[in-house]
Ligand binder design. Structure first.
Ligand code: MG
Length: 269
């Protein structure tokens, strides 16, 4: 009996060891190669983006244009719901929302296709944890195409998982992160993927990200969904209109001043 349980614990430990990153290392090399690159998913050896100190403010507290939908004005979560269904249960105070313990991710009730999104965030001023455990959240279009949110200020992690990374695919061009506790802005232009009538991908999702006034991506295509330690794909066909999800990754992240507007089409006023 003792031997049996001993064996079970030993094999559990072996499994855990096989799946965890090696101590002292910031990424993985036992993951698949990302198509079109020589890097593994979450490769710690991939070059670290250059650090750029952003200007003091950029679009911080930018008022919404007249055709925008205001998703959060600092007062309530009426435009949001829990990703698990039901009410969004994050904390709202002093003009911001904050991830509440065990509340889960939240997402917009309304859906949007090609859009311009303005959002501001602050990582916890009290630094806890490191790498992916420090100030982790994310902006996930339809819950499956992530622009990473992380405290990447003097916090080494695998490049495709740092602030502004297209998670597991493309690191940001540079690291324009502000210190913990300071408000930061993302201005994101997102184009939804489209499939033909046979379910073949016709137009990949593409994104432009400006972080604190600094370009991180310029119409960069997603390789598909952005899972952990795997390559994503476009096997799941969905409508162009998608919800915007904010990730609960067990860190008390704050968000404020969120608005979105449809990009529209040329010659179609
Ligand atoms: Mg995340």
């Amino acid at each position: 009996m003792f031997k049996k349980s001993h064996l079970l614990i030993a094999s559990l430990l072996a499994v855990t060891a096989a799946y965890a990153a090696e101590p002292g290392k910031i990424g993985y090399q036992d993951t698949p190669i990302i198509p079109g690159t020589k890097w593994h998913v979450h490769d710690g050896e991939r070059p670290q983006p250059r650090v750029v100190t952003p200007g003091k403010t950029f679009s911080h507290m930018a008022p919404a244009p007249s055709d925008a939908t205001v998703l959060f004005d600092g007062k309530d979560l009426s435009k949001w719901e829990s990703a698990k269904g039901g009410e969004a249960k994050w904390k709202v105070e002093d003009g911001y929302m904050e991830v509440a313990p065990k509340a889960g991710s939240i997402q917009t009730k309304e859906k949007f296709a090609d859009f311009q999104l303005h959002i501001e965030f602050a990582t916890p001023s009290k630094v806890v944890g490191d790498s992916q455990g420090r100030g982790n959240s994310g902006i996930l279009m339809n819950g499956i195409y992530e622009v990473q949110v992380l405290d990447s200020y003097n916090n080494p992690t695998y490049p495709d998982g740092q602030a502004g990374g297209l998670y597991g695919q493309t690191p940001p061009l540079v690291n324009a992160s502000k210190p913990p506790g300071e408000w930061q802005s993302y201005d994101i232009i997102f184009e939804s993927p489209r499939w033909d009538k046979d379910g073949k991908i016709e137009k990949k999702a593409a994104v432009t990200v400006i972080h604190n006034g600094v370009v991180l991506h310029h119409r960069r295509e997603y390789q598909g969904t952005t899972p952990h330690k795997r390559n994503g794909d476009y096997s799941k066909v969905h409508a162009p209109e998608m919800f915007i999800q904010l990730q609960d990754h067990n860190n008390p992240m704050r968000f404020r001043n969120i608005w979105i507007r449809s990009i529209g089409e040329y010659d179609k006023p």
